[in-house]
Ligand binder design. Structure first.
Ligand code: CA
Length: 205
C-alpha cells in the first residue's frame, strides 16, 4: 500500500481528501502544518511514497518545506498544491524542489492521475540500477544516461552534469528530458507531452 503524507491546514479539506485517497487504496497521514511535516520526514525519518504539499500553510509555507526537505537530502516525490493562475507559484514550486503541481481548486480525478503518475515515475527511477544499465527490456529505448553538448543527463541519479556543476533534477524534469531524448530529432506536440509525460488526457485544459 502506498503511503501518502498530506500537508494541509484546512481540516475539512484534509479529511475529505484523506477519505477519497483511502477509497483509492492509499494509506494517508495528515500533517496540519509545515513544521509537523518536517518533523515527520526529517526528525522521525518516516517513510512516505509521496507528499501532497499545500503552499498556503501557517508558519512555514509549502515552498519553505520543499526547500528544507531537498536541502536535507530528502527526495520524496512532492506534488504541490498551488493557488490557481499564479505562474510565479508554479515556478517557485519547481525551484524549491516540487516534482509536480496542481492548482487549487482541483478535480479529484486529476489529483489522482497526477499522484499516480508521480508514483509510477518514482518507481521507474528506483528500478534503474545506479550502474546505468536498466534491468528491463526498455533499456534500448530508455537510456540511463544521455550526453549532449558537454552535458550529461544521469536518469538514474536524477542529475544533470555540466562540467563540474551538478544540477539535481525533479522526477518531472527527468521524465520530460527522457521523453525528448527518446524522440530525438522529432518535433513533439504539447498534447503528446501532456499525455505521455504528465499522464493527462484530452479533457485537460
Ligand atoms: Ca492551506
Amino acid at each position: 500500500m502506498k503511503r501518502i503524507l498530506l500537508v494541509e491546514d484546512e481540516q475539512h479539506l484534509a479529511n475529505g481528501l484523506r477519505f477519497n485517497l483511502e477509497a483509492e487504496g492509499y494509506a494517508v497521514e495528515i500533517a496540519s502544518d509545515g513544521e509537523a511535516a518536517l518533523a515527520l520526514l526529517l526528525q522521525e525519518r518516516r517513510s512516505f511514497d509521496a507528499v501532497l504539499l499545500d503552499v498556503m500553510l501557517p508558519g512555514k509555507d509549502g515552498f519553505e518545506v520543499a526547500a528544507e526537505l531537498r536541502a536535507a537530502g530528502q527526495f520524496v516525490p512532492i506534488l504541490m498544491l498551488t493557488a490557481r493562475g499564479r505562474a510565479e507559484d508554479v515556478l517557485r514550486g519547481f525551484e524549491t524542489g516540487a516534482d509536480d503541481y496542481l492548482p487549487k481548486p482541483f478535480e479529484l480525478r486529476i489529483l489522482l492521475a497526477r499522484l499516480g503518475g508521480l508514483l509510477r515515475r518514482h518507481q521507474w527511477i528506483q528500478q534503474t540500477p545506479a550502474n546505468g544499465v536498466a534491468a528491463n527490456s526498455k533499456a534500448d529505448s530508455e537510456p540511463a544516461a544521455f550526453e549532449f553538448a558537454g552535458k550529461t543527463i544521469d536518469f538514474g541519479a536524477l542529475e544533470l552534469r555540466v562540467g563540474a556543476r551538478t544540477v539535481q533534477l525533479t522526477l518531472m524534469e527527468a521524465d520530460l528530458l527522457r521523453y525528448l531524448v527518446k524522440h530525438e530529432g522529432q518535433a513533439v506536440s504539447r498534447r503528446n507531452l501532456l499525455e505521455e509525460v504528465w499522464g493527462l488526457h484530452e479533457d485537460t485544459d
